[in-house]
Design a binder for this molecule. Structure first.
Ligand SMILES: *[C@@H]1O[C@H](CO)[C@@H](O)[C@H](O)[C@H]1NC(C)=O
Length: 352
């Protein structure tokens, strides 16, 4: 009997190993562990710090484990500010004032909501993504939660989480509508540098929705589409649309990109001139936050019948990610860090 079990186990192991032996470039990341995190700021694609989301083992291209972008998720009880760098800090320069960081605070207020960009990041990189960030930031495992049913939450994020949770806990048929994941969260309110991010939308119930790129563009009076023109150009050139890859198109994209950053620098310069006024003004909108209504942070108790929340804060393998995506009709290119919709010719590119 023992013998038979042994053989059986060996056979099962071999069968399970077959897909790994296939070893195309993609499969090299199948055994890697990823952790899902929510970021809102310079780590998002199209901003200078984005590369910090990729794990870099060495100097070779194939030693990089790229972060996988799933889409946006709305987190309630979070209020966004822009952190206007001050003289004497690492990122402050008078000549190139392009650095402005969002500091998103756990306000606990129902009326504040921020759109986070949800990424799967190599587990070895997660603790390092904030290294060399300017200041005031941390990551918290279960304060804010992604609201799966919110209109702002992308369907890929919702379907990925629902399917993953179902795969993890086969028995549970309970509906889950809030999922806590590690979120980049600001820990220190600096009255002399924080400007409230303008809401991009206000719901009928009074919810003010922010997100880093769109709130920043609103504040600075620039067009956020300009920011990703160069990234978009290279992406569309990689996939299928080669006829659009002309020097003129690249030139145009580069001009748009430069226009965007010139606008940001100009807005920062103007805001600096009015810095003295900030301190007084911000004290009103900063912590402690005066909420109209409070949200509940943290996950509910297992035995509570009303608990519709859960946590996803542990490592999952590339193979697990692949399996979840397969169940909802997507593929993943782990080497490129991209989710692919096999039904459509082009990549599934939820807006950057
Ligand atoms: C309820 O709470 C526990 C932990 O506190 C969590 O693990 C569980 O998945 C939650 N959700 C549901 C729907 O039971």
């Amino acid at each position: 009997m023992m013998r038979l079990c042994g053989y059986l186990r060996l056979a099962v192991t071999l069968v399970l190993l077959i897909p790994l032996v296939r070893s195309t470039e993609d499969d090299t990341h199948n055994n890697n562990y990823y952790i899902m995190i929510g970021v809102s700021g310079g780590l998002q694609e199209g901003f200078p710090a984005h590369d910090k989301l990729h794990y870099n083992q060495g100097s070779l291209e194939d030693e990089v484990v790229k972060a996988i972008f799933l889409g946006r998720g709305l987190v309630r009880g979070y209020k966004a500010f822009l952190d206007l760098m001050q003289e004497g800090w690492r990122e402050y320069t008078e000549t190139d004032r392009a650095v402005i960081n969002p500091n998103v605070f756990a306000s606990g207020c129902q009326e504040h909501a921020n759109e986070y960009w949800i990424y799967l990041v190599d587990a070895r990189q997660v603790m390092s993504v904030l290294n060399h960030e300017p200041r005031h930031l941390s990551m918290t495992p279960d304060t804010g939660m992604i609201e799966l049913e919110a209109e702002e939450t992308h369907s890929l994020v919702r379907d990925f989480l629902t399917t993953h949770i179902r795969q993890q806990h086969r028995a549970s048929k309970k509906k889950i509508d809030k999922v806590a994941i590690p979120l980049v969260t600001a820990v220190y309110f600096n009255a002399a540098s924080h400007i409230p991010s303008p809401p991009i939308r206000i719901h009928d119930d009074g919810t003010q929705v922010t997100n880093f790129p769109d709130s920043l563009a609103l504040w600075a009076g620039v067009d956020d589409r300009d920011r990703t023109m160069v990234v978009d150009y290279h992406k569309s050139c990689r996939h299928h649309r080669r006829e659009e890859c002309t020097d003129a198109a690249l030139e145009e994209a580069t001009q748009a990109y430069n226009r965007y950053w010139a606008g940001i620098r100009q807005a920062i310069g103007k805001a600096e001139e009015k810095r003295q006024k900030l301190e007084k003004q911000e004290a009103i909108s900063g912590p402690p936050f005066q909420c109209q209504k409070r949200v509940k942070f943290g996950v509910g108790k297992e035995e509570d019948p009303d608990n519709t929340s859960t946590r996803v804060n542990y490592p999952m393998t590339g193979a697990q990610i692949e399996s979840v995506l397969k169940e909802i009709g997507f593929q993943v290119d782990l080497a490129e860090g991209e989710v692919v919709d096999p039904l459509s010719e082009k990549q599934d590119e939820p807006d950057l």
